[in-house]
Design a protein. Structure first.
Length: 285
């Protein structure tokens, strides 16, 4: 083999790497924009170039968001076969095993704009807290809710209703809702995102996005976790700008890392004491 042949082989290999890198970038961009059909097609092109556990995970995620649970499980299983240590695939196979029984092989596709912005998942002392949802819908409806989904919080009497993908997905647990409802009544605004789901529970992170002047000095989450206790989405720095989302997702196997938010968001970072009513603070004239 001549030096020219070696140079040609190296050039071909480099071109293939660049092509694959470009397709990965496209796949992540489609997923970031919730363009799931396009994301699925791009990941298929990547897999035509050879086995790839991360592409299988991304393709599984796209099928799940499209409501195709059986296909999602198949690709997660392939990802796990390629990489037996792949925790993302393993966790989602376990969840899909239950959902396929309760919800069937297909569900309604996720709505456009259903994903929450990265900033929702960045912990900020006093501004963010965590809560579990009660009174969950039946598994068929809950099947299309995934970690990373946006959650709208709506007061309803003495309850705080959580809505995602255009449907009611539960009620914020009373210990959290009681304080927030008073602050909302005085003008505060909140937004939330799903951090984790189990067979029978949904956990969300809640962020104060506006503080009414009437609530000046009133902290939404008095004893929230220190920022060092929490990492959002990725293995990198805590605070991420929205423009860096695509790169962050790529570093952590696209937004599948969101599927594992309960691994990086401690389950008990917001304690019961955070929601104990403070009469001197909240009941000022």
């Amino acid at each position: 083999m001549t030096f020219q042949d070696l140079d040609n082989q190296a050039a071909t290999a480099a071109s293939s790497v660049r092509l694959k890198r470009g397709l990965v970038d496209q796949a992540i961009a489609h997923a970031s924009a919730a363009e799931w059909s396009e994301a699925a097609e791009t990941n298929r092109k990547i897999l035509e170039m050879g086995p790839d556990a991360e592409a299988e995970n991304r393709l599984a995620k796209a099928h799940w968001e499209l409501g195709e649970l059986a296909l999602a499980r198949e690709h997660y299983q392939t990802a796990l076969a390629l990489d037996p240590t792949n925790r993302i695939a393993e966790r989602n196979i376990d969840r899909l095993r239950v959902l396929l029984v309760d919800a069937g092989e297909k569900t309604v596709p996720a709505q456009e704009g259903s994903k929450a912005p990265v900033s929702i998942f960045v912990e900020e002392t006093g501004k963010t807290g965590f809560a579990f949802l009660t009174d969950l819908p039946d598994p068929r409806k809950l099947a299309q809710v995934n970690p990373g989904d946006a959650v709208e919080l709506t007061p309803e009497g003495n309850r705080l209703i959580a809505i995602s993908n255009g449907m009611r997905i539960g009620i914020v647990e009373p210990r959290v809702a009681a304080r927030l409802l008073k602050l909302i009544a005085d003008g505060n605004k909140y937004f939330a995102g799903v951090t984790s789901l189990g067979d029978k529970d949904v956990r969300i992170i809640i962020r104060e996005i506006y503080q009414d002047p009437r609530n000046y000095g009133k902290v939404s989450f008095p004893t929230a976790a220190k920022s060092t206790d929490l990492r959002p989405y990725t293995k990198g720095t805590l605070v991420r700008e929205e423009m860096d989302l695509e790169e962050d997702l790529e570093d952590d196997e696209e937004d599948e890392e969101i599927e594992d938010l309960d691994r990086v968001l401690p389950a008990d970072v917001t304690t019961d004491e955070a929601f104990v009513e403070e009469p001197d603070e909240l009941d000022e004239p």
